[in-house]
Design a protein around this ligand. Sequence first.
Ligand SMILES: Nc1ncnc2c1ncn2[C@@H]1O[C@H](COP(=O)(O)OP(=O)(O)OP(=O)(O)O)[C@@H](O)[C@H]1O
Ligand code: NI
Length: 397
Amino acid sequence: MTERPSTPTSGTTTEPPPEPPATATTPAAGTERVPAPGAAESGAVTGPGPVPVSETGEAGAVTGHLPAPAAAAGPAGRAPVLSVRELSVRFLLPGGRRIAAVTDAHFDVAPGECLALIGESGCGKSVLASALLGLLPANAQTAGSAHLGDLDLLTAGERTLARTVRGRRIGLIPQSPAAHLTPVRTIRSQMEETVAQLTGERNRSTLRTAAEQAAGRAGFPLDHLDRHPHELSGGLAQRAATALALIGDAPLLLADEPTTGLDRDLVDRTVDELRRHVDADRALLIITHDLAAAERVADRVAVMYAGRIVEITGADAFFGAPGPRHPYSRGLLEALPDRSFTPIPGLPPELGSLPDGCAFAPRCDRATGICATLPPLTDSVACHHPAPARTPEDLRA
Ligand SMILES: Nc1ncnc2c1ncn2[C@@H]1O[C@H](COP(=O)(O)OP(=O)(O)OP(=O)(O)O)[C@@H](O)[C@H]1O
Ligand code: NI
């Protein structure tokens, strides 16, 4: 774990000027959001407390929507930057198949806090991030709510998301940075344009300096700034995308695998820069396969399995003592080379045909008959047979 101040260093957030957002966070052409059935009338968010989990796993069958103040207190006792309640995403496929990519996700991210979202490939992490930014494809349906202050990101219109949210209130480091960079323009010109759009600055030399500072923050070499995206390695494209996402100093940063393709030193450097973003009293939701990076940057960890968050707990408790409580979370840690290097047996289930009960049960050595029923998320873990919690202080979820 890195040393970090216990109190945020600044209480200010940057109010964006009224210009369009950064190009790096513009949605792909042709993508449109399909509002969830009944989503329009639900401005309400559910209150804190046990997470209701829908038995059917169907979008629209989300349970427990109780009216509550939009600014429910976050884990640090402050109003969260992001408040996600029973967020579900379904993809409708030809022939009537439904992919349950995200089911009943429920969490907050507070100012000055980093939440790391981890889990095996295909479990729904990127879909969750895309839902928050209104970047889902047209065959997606959402349910639940995701409040950024008073704004429900799931029901906000594309115009609002494009003009005031993406790049301004939420920065995105996308999972495929090369695809998000504009192919025909140099990295320098994309960075200068982003600075101009977000700050209103027009002076050439000021823009040039700001772009070079942004590159420096992400460890992007200045002598590569005049290159086009196709002239960059994957790691350099990653750093360019990180630099672009950091420019707006958005109150919430979504970083989807921000360290892919980087060597260990650059991983550390990148996550330390992301941590500086958090320590300036902003929020970070980082999606990563790199558990060492998660340990270095995160305050809390959310573990996702087959579209559901199965455990959400403090990073110190998770990576240290007493360790995670869900058998899947424990398996993820035990699979690490510097732990017992034992892979979790079997494969994750198809999200198009999930069982009614615990989706991890077929791979779990603790499973019993009761696991044919869905375990609710109580005490930070959704499992009928969790490892015991040692002390309440260990769990600061
Ligand atoms: N447009 C789509 N139509 C149908 N299914 C989709 C679509 N987009 C994603 N999915 C499915 O949603 C599930 C979750 O995908 P997602 O990209 O969120 O996984 P992930 O956890 O981010 O994985 P990774 O770690 O590999 O990035 C996958 O099973 C994927 O096949
Ligand atoms: Ni992903």
